[in-house]
Design a protein around this ligand. Structure first.
Ligand code: BGC
Length: 424
C-alpha cells in the first residue's frame, strides 16, 4: 500500500508529467490569456471585470475560467485536473505557500523581466513580495491585500437590540442574546469548511493572541496545537454556533452577507471581500453597515493576499499577454478600480487612497501598524500560513469538531496535532 497522502500522490503524478514534457503545449490563440479564478459573487465579479476590460483595452483576449466556490477549494481541484491533463490555463489565482508547490513542480513561468522593468522589488512590501517568489524569482503577481479578521454589522439591528458593536468575544456573546431576543439572527454564517475555519482563526486570535496563533497555525508546534490555550479557543469557537441559525449548512458566504444587508442577521465574521457585496449593493460604511476588527483582534491583522501565478507557455503571443497581465495588475489604475470593488486594499502601499472608504483606510493603517509592531499574521483559512495538505487536514478537524456533538475540544486539539504531524 502506498504511504503517500492523496496530495503528495498528486504532486508525484504531476511531476512525472512535467518531466515527461507533456505539459505546456500551446493551446491558446494569439494574445489570449485564460485566467482561472473563483471571483463569482456580485462584488467579486465586478472586480474581476476590471482586469478583463483592461486586458481587452490592450488588445488581448481574456478567456474567463471562473470556478464558483468561496475560498477557492473547488477552483484548485479543477486547476489540478487541468494541469494533470497537460493543459493548465495561462494564469491562475494561486496564493501563499501553494505558489511554492506549483513552483516546485517546475510549471510556473518567471515574471522577473516584468518585475524588473516595473520595479516590483522597490514597490512591494517584503511580506507581499516574498510570497510571490519561488527560488528568488517572481512567478506570481499580487492583486491585493485582504484582511480576514473583520466583523460586519447591521447598525439598525444593533440599535433595535440596544447593543453596541462588540469589541471582545464576551461582548459578542452578550450582544448575541439581545439580538436574538429582538428577533434577529446574531451571526450570519455559511456552514462550509473554509468559512468555519475563517471564524475559527479569528476566535483563536482573540482568545490566545498573535504569538500563540503563529506558533500553532504557522509553526505547527504540537505543544501549542494540543495545549490548553487551543482547547479553550476551540470551546469558544464552538459556542459561536449559539449565534448562528439552523439553516447555515452549505450556505455560500455571500448569501450570509446578504442576510446582514437585508436586515435578517446582525453580524458576520468574514474577510473584507464581504465589503465588495455591501459596495455592490450601493451601501455606505458607517451609515448602512459597520466594519470593525473581529472582536478581540484589534491588534492583529490576518492577511490574505490574492495573486495570479502564470504557467509556462510556449506560444510567444500568449507569453506577451501574460506579461501584459502581470504589468497591468500592479498599475495604479487597476489597483484602485479592482480593490474598490473587491473590498481589499492595494498590494502596493504608494497609492493615493483618497477614493477608498473608511474601512479600507482602517485596514491600511492596521496593516502598516501590525507590520511594524507585530501582529501581522498569515491566514490559515485562506491558504497563507501552511501548505495545502496541512490546510486541508486542519479544515477537516475544525469542521468536524464544529459540527459534531460528540467530539470534545481535547479530542479536536489532539487531532490537530496528528493532522499537522501526518502532513509534515
Ligand atoms: C479569496 C478572495 C475571495 C474569497 C471568497 C478568498 O480566499 O482570497 O479573493 O473573495 O476567498 O471567495
Amino acid at each position: 500500500m502506498s504511504a503517500l497522502t492523496p496530495v503528495r500522490a498528486f504532486r508525484k503524478t504531476l511531476l512525472g508529467l512535467a518531466v515527461a514534457g507533456t505539459l505546456g503545449a500551446a493551446q491558446a490563440h494569439a494574445g489570449e490569456v485564460e485566467v482561472l479564478h473563483w471571483w463569482t459573487s456580485g462584488g467579486e465579479a465586478r472586480a474581476a471585470n476590471v482586469l478583463k476590460q483592461l486586458m481587452e483595452d490592450e488588445g488581448h483576449q481574456w478567456e474567463d475560467f471562473a470556478v464558483a466556490g468561496g475560498g477557492g477549494e473547488t477552483a484548485m481541484t479543477v486547476l489540478k485536473s487541468r494541469a494533470m491533463s497537460g493543459n493548465p490555463p495561462s494564469a491562475a489565482q494561486i496564493k501563499g505557500p501553494e505558489i511554492q508547490e506549483w513552483g516546485e513542480l517546475g510549471l510556473l513561468g518567471s515574471l522577473d523581466d516584468v518585475a524588473q522593468s516595473e520595479g516590483w522589488d522597490d514597490m512591494l512590501p517584503d511580506v507581499v513580495a516574498d510570497v510571490m517568489k519561488h527560488d528568488g524569482n517572481y512567478v506570481a503577481v499580487p492583486v491585493n491585500v485582504h484582511r480576514v479578521n473583520w466583523l460586519w454589522a447591521n447598525p439598525k439591528i444593533l440599535e433595535e437590540a440596544g447593543v453596541e458593536l462588540p469589541t471582545t468575544l464576551d461582548e459578542m456573546f452578550a450582544a448575541g442574546e439581545a439580538i436574538r431576543e429582538a428577533g434577529y439572527i446574531p451571526l450570519a454564517h455559511g456552514g462550509q469548511p473554509w468559512q468555519d475555519a475563517t471564524v475559527f482563526e479569528s476566535v483563536l486570535l482573540a482568545s490566545a493572541g498573535t504569538d500563540f496563533y503563529r506558533r500553532a497555525m504557522v509553526d505547527l508546534d504540537p505543544d501549542a496545537l494540543g495545549g490548553e490555550e487551543m482547547i479553550q479557543a476551540l470551546e469558544t469557537f464552538k459556542r459561536t454556533r449559539e449565534l448562528m441559525d439552523d439553516d447555515m449548512s452549505g450556505r455560500d458566504w455571500n448569501i450570509a452577507t446578504s442576510m446582514v444587508i437585508s436586515d435578517k442577521a446582525a453580524m458576520q465574521l468574514m474577510g473584507d471581500w464581504a465589503k465588495g457585496e455591501f459596495t455592490a449593493a450601493g451601501l455606505t460604511p458607517g451609515e448602512d453597515y459597520l466594519c470593525a476588527p473581529a472582536p478581540g483582534t484589534q491588534d492583529a491583522f490576518t492577511f490574505n493576499i490574492d495573486s495570479l501565478a502564470m504557467f509556462q507557455v510556449s506560444d510567444d503571443s500568449e507569453r506577451e499577454a501574460q506579461k501584459t497581465l502581470a504589468r497591468l495588475v500592479l498599475e495604479p489604475e487597476f489597483q484602485e478600480a479592482f480593490n474598490l470593488a473587491k473590498g481589499s486594499i492595494p498590494a502596493r502601499p504608494d497609492l493615493d487612497m483618497s477614493e477608498f472608504d473608511t474601512c479600507a483606510q482602517q485596514s491600511l493603517e492596521a496593516f502598516q501598524q501590525t507590520a511594524e509592531e507585530g501582529g501581522l499574521v498569515p491566514s490559515m483559512a485562506h491558504g497563507m500560513a501552511v501548505r495545502s495538505d496541512v490546510q486541508g487536514a486542519m479544515f477537516d478537524v475544525i469542521t468536524n469538531f464544529f459540527n459534531s456533538p460528540d467530539m470534545d475540544a481535547e479530542q479536536a486539539a489532539q487531532r490537530m496535532v496528528n493532522a499537522a504531524q501526518a502532513a509534515l
